[in-house]
Design a protein around this ligand. Structure first.
Ligand code: NAD
Length: 437
């Protein structure tokens, strides 16, 4: 203590002599750091460096670290900033970027690429996106400019349906069963995961009802947690063997709750109930589509659905199997019409349910005739006893979708069938050559 006291009482001039001896040794010379800078033209080099850096950032504002996605737009930005005509450059950017295309800032050719702001691309999850309908929906969303995550367990889906998107940075594929929960950050959820053909959903009925109930619960829970909009692909099967014809959305159906198809029919009815309860009880934005028979490329070859059955059989020169007397009716919707309807529903303000189907009504025998005309006029028909709970009539009333979604199908059966036949021919040919799947 004594020692400390002695030191602190030392005169200041004396203390500074002790701790800054150099400054006192050469009181008039420049500080050492400045002397260092002035030597060997170091200052000149620093000034030139500062000038180059300043010029670079002035010309390239988009390289600011505030931009969260520099790698995605770098090429288009470069062309924008080096284009002598700013309006033309903005238009180039708008044409090459679908998000920008919808943004008046670019379409007017005004302004430059914003740094870290601008309309955000949507992130969308499609469960069952490797299946028939799902893969066509994913194609449309990716073409529109969205980021798409496909969640699929590949029960009936195939990687081949989405393989053309594998190199696309906006596409992700996750092998996952929706019966288990999953956490993703997305803006919209299209929930399609569920086997759709009787052969597949009757294969393991317990799994089918689990997928419909637990899978839908999990995806609704996710929608609630992250505030995403949720679309359920329900089915015309909720009408069962209908007593009302054509079927309106107000019809409650005529369904056997304990039959062999109930895992699907009642599963989808429960899924609709869950969706409405999450909507009313938890404020989740839901959309419900009731899909009628849909056909097109990428359907499973032998899934027991009537269009794919007839087409595969006619191409393989086998008789087309008609169950019952063939007078039961169905309506057939081409897949691109369905996908347009699903997107209109998701983007619109109406919950639904909405019937999405083609109201053109055909008997099984009519369909067999059209397939014969399209593929092979010498094709024959073989009759077999009808399956249990097969509905006699099915035809959607689509006036609600026309009015509220401004949607109606555009592709007739005679136009759509040849597009599907081309795809089936290729796949059956590959199958015969041992490359089928
Ligand atoms: N195609 C039609 O005519 C039709 C008619 C009515 C309703 N729908 C509905 O549309 C949706 C798609 O039908 P689709 O014709 O594309 O059928 P699909 O069988 O081709 O596709 C269903 C997809 O869901 C996947 N999937 C099944 N169970 C899953 C699970 N537990 N977890 C994760 N993925 C799972 C399958 O692997 C497949 O990729 C289904 O919900 C179906 O009920 C279709």
């Amino acid at each position: 203590m004594k020692q400390l006291h002695k030191q602190s009482s030392m005169p200041i001039s004396h203390a500074s002599q002790l701790y800054s001896p150099k400054s006192l040794k050469h009181p008039r010379s420049l500080p050492r750091s400045i002397t260092y800078l002035l030597k060997e033209q170091r200052l000149l080099f620093i000034l030139v460096g500062v000038f180059i850096g300043f010029t670079f950032f002035l010309l390239q504002p988009s390289l600011s670290p505030a931009d969260p996605r520099p790698h995605l737009f770098s090429a288009t930005r470069a062309s924008l900033t080096t284009d002598p005509d700013p309006a033309a450059a903005a238009a180039t950017y708008a044409n090459s970027n679908p998000v920008a295309r919808n943004n008046p800032r670019y379409s007017n050719g005004v302004g430059r690429v914003p740094v870290g702001i601008g309309s955000k691309r949507r992130r969308i999850v499609v469960t069952g996106g490797a299946g028939f309908v799902g893969s066509h929906l994913v194609d449309k969303l990716i073409a529109r400019g969205d980021d798409v995550i496909v969640v699929d367990n590949f029960f009936t889906g195939r990687k081949e349906n989405v393989v053309h998107l594998f190199g696309n940075p906006r596409f992700e594929l996750i092998r996952h069963d929706v019966v288990e929960p999953i956490l993703l950050e997305v803006d919209q959820i299209y929930h399609l995961a569920c086997p759709a053909s009787p052969v597949h959903y009757k294969y393991n009925p317990i799994k089918t009802i689990k997928t419909n109930v637990m899978g839908t619960l999990n995806m609704l829970g996710l929608a609630k947690r992250i505030g995403a909009r949720f679309l359920l692909t329900s089915t015309s099967e909720v009408y069962g063997d209908p007593l009302e014809h054509p079927q309106k959305e107000t019809y409650w159906g005529h369904v056997n709750p304990i039959g062999v198809r109930s895992c699907y029919d009642e599963g989808k009815r429960t899924a609709e109930t869950l969706a409405m309860d999450y909507h009313r009880g938890a404020g989740v934005e839901v959309r419900i589509a009731r899909i009628f028979n849909t056909y097109g490329p990428r359907m499973c070859l032998d899934d027991g659905r009537v269009v794919s059955n007839f087409v595969s059989q006619a191409i393989r020169k086998q008789p087309m199997t008609v169950y019952g007397d063939g007078k039961q009716t169905r309506s057939f919707q081409y897949v691109s019409d369905l996908v347009d309807g699903l997107v209109s529903l998701m983007e619109g303000e109406h919950v639904g349910p909405f019937n999405l189907g083609n109201p053109g009504e055909f008997t099984m025998l009519d369909l067999a005739e059209i397939v014969k005309e399209t593929i092979d006029p010498s094709a024959t028909i073989e009759f077999k006893p009808n399956t249990a709970d097969d509905p006699h009539k099915r035809k959607p009333d689509i006036s609600k979708a026309k009015e509220f979604l401004n949607w109606e199908p555009k592709v007739s059966l005679r136009e759509g069938l040849p597009r599907m036949v081309d795809d089936f021919r290729n796949r059956i040919l590959n199958e015969d050559e041992g490359k089928g799947n």
